[in-house]
Structures are given as C-alpha cells and as structure tokens.
Ligand binder design. Structure first.
Ligand code: MN
Length: 261
C-alpha cells in the first residue's frame, strides 16, 4: 500500500512522526506537510503566492502551504504514483464537532476525499501531555481497518483519540458531530513597538455530552470515529426554500429576467 501523510501542526510535529511510524507498517509512506504550523486553516488552498517544496529526506517534503495544498501538490506533482490512502495528523488537540470546519487536519484529509481517495484525520485529545506514542496502537487499529475495508464513496473518517488524562480507554464508538462552542474572548494587547493587536483567544469550551456525539464519547473514554464528507448541501432544507425556484423580479425593476427558465 502507498500512503500519503500530512498534518497541520507542521513537518516538525511529534504527532506527524508518530503517524508516519505507524503508517510505515502498512507500506510505502510519503510525507508532504506544512513547513510551519497551519492549525485552523481548514481546507484553504494557496492561489496568490508560489509554493516551495523542500525535500527533507526520501519521500518527505516540507511545503510552504496548507495541508490541502500538501495533499494536492503531493498527489498531482511530488509523489511518483497515486497513493491508496491519505492520512492526516496526529493532531495535537481535538477536532470535535464544529472544529471540523476550522481544522487543517480535517482539511488535508478532506482534500484526499475530493481527489477520490480514502482518507482519515487523526487527533489526540489530551489535557496537556499528548502521549503520541501511547496512541500508536489505536492509530494502527484504524489504519488496519481502513486498509481491509472499502470506505463509502466521498466519505472520510474523523478520528479523535482520548489520552489517558481525559479518560481511561474503553473502546471505539461510531459517532455524530456534537455541538461545541468556544468562549468568544478576543484578546486586545499592545505589541513591543506600540502597535495594537487582537488575538482570538476563546479557549474555554462548552460542548454536548450526549454519548452518541463525538464530544460526549471522547469523555467517556471512547475513540470517536465520525464519517464526514465534503458535500455541505442541506438537502433537507430544499422543500422549505422551494420558493427560490420560482422567484421573479418586481415588474418595475431595472433588471430583467429573459428566458431564465
Ligand atoms: Mn493542529
């Protein structure tokens, strides 16, 4: 098996080393990861500046871009052939609930999904020690599963692993995204040269504790496995919004609708 590994904490992150170590048990591993931390960049791609890839070793590149850039450039330029699997992580911290919309880890894996490959995002949830080596058997178990079963089309797995300082490990649970809200603190300070700056500082989190939600399962000691997909279409809202399909312009409007249907 050929595996492409990326992350959003950057090429020097111990979580990346850990994921690469486990992935190597399953085949040939290529690494394309951001040269600096890119947490919170979501699925952003870089269109307005050049991307520079620095070869750090055989099959390993540090890219001056986002995790999604890494997967795109890796698949379409750096790798000698198409991989069978895209992995992202192991992230230093949770990617639960609405986090998946902000997460560069999920963004990187999701680019793999968009490129038609099975993909998994791994995150380690810890109160502060981040025992990546401890989480390796869990990562191994998931990769082993993904390698032997096919993934539903257009779906990736978002996996959160609770470290022992969160809860003793009880097993695995298939979950839905829970509700999760950060405190809305904005830190306003003055820099050493007298300029003012703002820093988004919401670190206090409130979240849903339902056992079937990723936010709840993790605190009960379950590895949370949530299927997520790039398709954001709200199909269930279509009937309630059907009026848009027949919307007209007021007769006295300057704009005209010629042959729109
Ligand atoms: Mn991160």
């Amino acid at each position: 098996m050929r595996i492409l590994v990326t992350n959003d904490d950057g090429i020097l992150s111990p979580g990346l080393d850990s994921l690469v170590r486990v992935a190597r048990r399953f085949g040939e591993v290529f690494v394309v990861a951001p040269d600096v931390e890119r947490s919170g960049v979501s699925h952003a791609i870089t269109l307005t500046e050049p991307l520079r890839a620095r070869e750090m070793g055989p099959g390993c590149w540090a890219l001056s871009g986002t995790p999604a850039d890494c997967v795109f450039i890796g698949l379409n330029h750096l790798l000698p052939s198409r991989p069978d699997l895209v992995l992202a992580g192991v992230n230093r911290g949770p990617n639960l609930g609405f986090d998946v919309l902000y997460s560069g880890t999920v963004g990187g894996a999701m680019e793999g999904t968009i490129q038609g490959l099975p993909a998994v995002a791994f995150s380690l949830v810890s109160a502060g020690t981040f025992p990546f080596a401890w989480s390796e058997p869990v990562v191994d178990r998931i990769i082993r599963d993904v390698a032997t079963h096919s993934m539903p089309d257009g779906v990736m797995l978002n996996v959160n692993i609770p470290a022992p300082d969160v809860a003793p490990l009880k097993g695995f649970r298939l979950t839905r995204l829970g509700n999760r809200f950060y405190s809305s603190d904005v830190i306003h300070r003055t820099d050493p040269r007298g300029g003012e700056y703002l820093w988004i500082g919401g670190t206090r989190v409130t979240m849903e504790s339902a056992p079937d939600a990723d936010t709840g399962a993790i605190h009960e000691g379950f590895v949370s496995v949530t299927p997520v997909k790039p398709d954001l279409m709200a199909r269930e809202a279509m009937p309630a919004l059907a009026r848009y399909d027949a919307m007209t312009m007021p007769p006295d409007s300057a704009a005209s609708l010629e042959g729109n249907r």
